[in-house]
Design a protein around this ligand. Structure first.
Ligand code: PLP
Length: 411
């Protein structure tokens, strides 16, 4: 996808707009499967929450992917996209027992991360195979909001609770067919991940009827030139060897599963916005675009970096800008960025806009959520229409304030 094609998409579908490159998703999927080609049974379950458009799900399905879901609605979306129940794993946190039961009834693989829920579920449904999410308490990940392996984390069953876990399983006679960990986003150090995997293997030995081990995700992608990323090829080599050795010891050819979100879709995404105004203050030149944290919250929410460039003037002279949104609150996409000269009406591109961007968008300030376009086979395909005023108002219920309260006569 070149700049000309992106500009054309912005003209055709309006600004702002999300554009995803299917080819990049495919490349990442193949990178991951080739890195683990030494493992006989590999299962990639794409984490739907990263980018949940049904066409993206269908595309990943065509590549051979399954899905990882965190809500019953994501399960339903997956089924609507054509995934069979066997291709879906449900890994919720803090949902009601009835939501878990609803997914189990559909034949979805359940992953439980809470002893109390496990006991309740196992007592009622001892014959439903369940995967358990272990918290190995290994810190991986940059921002504390996205590191989920630490001791205070709400995720997973602590490795220190294994004796209690085993007692519940013995008492309920439930069948544990999988074991899982997801230590968080942004794994920089492969050795940390491998160390966590050792803990998972040790834990796995305590379960006799496993079918799979799920190592979650958290692979880091590059956000700017020179950025460190998870070395997936090296991780593939090292973890595959450990996994194969474990299977030999365990006496069974298990499935190795992953559930990447960001790794598969982050870099495929471009978010295109138009500059409404260039505003010079005493200290800064602001480029004010026709969007805000309602459409792309990551910079304000996690302090994430998204490279921004001016695709209307790619060869211009570079200057420094702060790119800000139109939300009536502090709404900064990037401070003091070196960008080619910006004029009002220019289209700015935000990179890495595939994961946790549209899926976290809201209607704050009563703005429409943008359209989404999938670039596939050298063609733009509209995969979500821009919202209209109808979408803003449709579930709102008006009260009739013209009627006055009637006087109640007290006897
Ligand atoms: C969010 C999530 C993922 C995906 O994480 P990425 O960092 O986007 O790869 C995987 N598994 C679970 C359980 C998750 O909650």
């Amino acid at each position: 996808m070149n700049e000309g094609q992106l500009l054309k998409i912005t003209e055709e579908y309006g600004s702002p707009v999300y554009v995803y490159d299917a080819e990049k998703i495919g490349t990442q999927y193949k990178r991951l499967t080739s890195a683990f080609k030494g493992v006989k049974n590999l299962k990639i379950n794409y984490a739907v929450k990263a980018l949940s458009n049904i066409s993206v799900l269908k595309y990943l399905k065509s590549l051979g992917s399954g899905i990882d879901t965190v809500s019953i609605q994501e399960v339903q979306l997956g089924l609507a996209a054509g995934f069979s129940a066997e291709q879906i794993i449900f890994t919720p946190n803090g949902v009601s027992l009835s939501e878990i039961e609803e997914a189990a009834k559909l034949g979805i693989q359940i992953n439980i991360d809470n002893l109390s829920v496990l006991e309740q579920f196992g007592t009622k449904h001892p014959n439903t195979p369940v995967c358990i999410r272990i918290n190995p308490h290994v810190m991986a990940g940059g921002n504390s909001n996205i590191s989920v392996g630490h001791i205070d984390s709400k995720f997973g069953i602590s490795i220190h609770q294994i004796p209690h876990l085993l007692r519940i399983i013995e008492n309920t006679k439930m069948n544990i067919n999988g074991i899982h960990m997801h230590t968080g986003s942004d794994i920089l150090d492969i050795d940390v991940f491998l160390y966590a995997s050792e803990i998972l293997f040790e834990t796995a030995k305590k379960f006799k009827k496993l079918e799979f081990i799920d190592f979650g995700s958290g692979f880091k992608v590059p956000y700017k030139a020179g950025d460190i990323e998870t070395n997936i090829e090296e991780l593939g080599k090292k973890l595959s060897a450990k996994f194969n050795a474990f299977c030999k010891e365990y006496g069974k050819e298990l499935t190795l599963a992953f559930e990447p979100g960001k790794f598969l879709v982050s870099e495929s995404g471009n978010f295109l916005t138009t500059v409404n105004a260039v505003k010079q203050t005493t200290s800064t030149v602001f480029a004010q675009v026709d969007s805000g944290f309602n459409h792309l919250v990551r910079p304000m929410f996690y302090g994430s970096h998204h490279d921004i460039d001016n695709i209307s003037n790619p060869k211009g002279r570079e200057r420094f800008y702060s790119v800000v949104g139109y939300i009536c609150e502090t709404d900064t996409f990037g401070s003091n960025r070196r960008i080619t000269e910006i004029n009002e009406g220019d289209v700015l591109r935000f990179k890495n806009a595939g994961a946790y961007c549209f899926s976290m968008a809201s209607n704050y300030n009563s703005r429409f959520r943008p359209a989404e376009v999938l670039w596939y086979n050298d063609k733009a395909h509209l995969i979500r229409k821009r919202e209209t005023f109808d979408d803003i108002i449709k579930n709102q219920v008006e009260v009739d304030f013209s009627t006055k309260k009637e006087k109640v006569l007290v006897k």
